[in-house]
Write a protein that binds this ligand. Structure first.
Ligand SMILES: [Zn+2]
Length: 427
């Protein structure tokens, strides 16, 4: 009897299919950015098996048949995260640009966005959060297509249409274009409607609710924002607020949102409130170079343009330094949706990291904003954002030393791994 019971077990054991061989990869770099401790370490090795990091340290024990990538002059960081993008929008600089960009057919927007996502991956962003202006949930469609593409792809999280006051975020529209408001936004009409909107977004599969607190003179009513935050939080979904001015940011913080996007002019009192409540800030600032391109594109030339830019950036830098000193949770977000000739979408988005460094934020913190901090905000810090055992193997090796030469090194990507798979860096 006994042997009869054992036989099937033995058969199953011997006939079990051979386990598929694991792919082991050892990445060695001159410097490694430890996003949790916010420091650079020297001469570290990272052992990747299949899609995971299994060890980090010096002189690691190497499995047989391990492939070694040795980049002694490189800096390795976790895969970077852009917490504020609009991959479905590709906008020129002129008055009706947003309306024009929103009128592009959905299929075309999606195919462009897929190419933009590849651009992102090639410059070192392995994850992004898309925050609206993406038609009716085209961001979630894009997310699914990327996840099912069968190749290393940008990991995307989406907000769906932005919950906004009547009119959305458009400036003045031609009457015939007013249909775009309901195509691109979810206009909120009262507290009950706000709740309905949040629940519908959650059913669709959004990762975050984005609200527009202010646009021109239009604002969400206090009871509307309150209902949005309460409903989202009951369902464990965070809320982030487009708020460009101090007053609207303050209203949003008091209403309990998790984050402030832009916050170009934040008073010390609003920043203190954010520090107290743990509200994060996504400063979507341009660098000097990007700023000059944008100022020129809207027709401001010579000293006039330079003066305008100087005023704007001095203000942005000042509020970012004050936010940093107050210990606000800072998160990198490019808000890059621009169609600038000869500028790749990924490189355009990466520029935001340069803007933080230009504001005198330490390079370590700039990297933390785009890794550890962003991963926390996206709710994915158990999987990515730090190079340590057990994490998904999302990493980038830049050719150069971030500590001594940040601006140049930022554009020299040598290797990108997305979930352990090597990204083809040439398109
Ligand atoms: Zn934006």
């Amino acid at each position: 009897m006994r042997s009869l019971f054992l036989l099937p077990l033995l058969l199953a054991f011997f006939s079990a299919p051979a386990q598929s061989p694991k792919t082991a990869l050892l990445v060695r770099a001159g410097k490694l950015y430890d996003a949790e401790k916010n420091v650079f370490l020297t001469n570290q090795e990272i052992l990747v098996v299949d899609d995971k990091i299994v060890a980090v340290g010096t002189k690691l024990k190497r499995p047989r048949n391990v492939r070694v990538i040795d980049l002694p002059s490189g800096t390795v960081t976790p895969g970077l995260i852009d917490a504020h993008t609009h991959l479905l929008l590709n906008q020129l600089f002129d008055e009706q640009a947003m309306a024009v960009a929103s009128k592009i057919p959905a299929t075309e927007r999606l195919s462009k966005a897929l190419a933009f996502a590849d651009d992102y991956l090639r410059v070192g962003f392995t994850t992004a959060r898309d925050l609206g202006n993406s038609g009716q949930f085209l961001d979630l469609e894009l997310k699914n297509r990327l996840a099912k593409s069968g190749k290393p792809a940008l990991e995307l999280y989406g907000s769906g249409p932005i919950l906004s006051p009547p009119g959305g975020q458009f400036g003045r529209l031609y009457p015939a274009d007013s249909f775009l408001i309901n195509q691109e936004y979810r206009v909120i009409r009262g507290a009950d409607d706000a709740k309905t909107a949040v629940l519908e977004h959650i059913r669709r599969g959004v990762s975050v609710i984005k609200v527009c607190m202010n646009t021109d003179n239009r604002v969400l009513a206090p009871e509307e924002i309150k209902a949005i935050v309460a409903t989202a939080h009951q369902n464990k979904i965070p809320v982030t607020a487009h708020a460009t001015y101090d007053e609207s940011a303050r209203d949003a913080v008091l209403a309990g949102v998790d984050g402030i996007e832009h916050g170009y002019t934040l008073s010390d009192s609003t920043l203190s409130l954010m520090a107290q409540r743990g509200t994060y800030l996504v400063p979507t600032d341009p660098s000097w170079t990007q700023g000059r391109i944008r100022v020129a594109a809207v027709g401001m030339k010579g000293p006039e343009g330079e003066e305008y830019l100087k005023q704007a950036l001095t203000g942005f830098h000042d509020r970012l330094q004050r936010a940093h000193k107050k210990g606000i949770w800072l998160v990198a977000g490019s808000d890059y949706y621009n169609n600038i000739p000869n500028l790749n979408r990924g490189a355009g988005a990466m520029d935001v990291l340069l803007s933080y460094q230009e504001a005198n934020i330490p390079v370590t913190t700039v990297l933390q904003m785009a890794t550890y901090n962003a991963a926390k905000v996206l709710g994915i810090s158990e999987q990515t954002g730090v190079l340590k055992p057990g994490m998904k193997a999302d990493l980038v090796v830049f050719d150069g030393d971030f500590e001594t030469n940040f601006p140049q090194t930022l554009s020299k990507v040598k290797l990108v791994l997305k979930a352990g798979k090597e990204v083809n860096l040439t398109n």
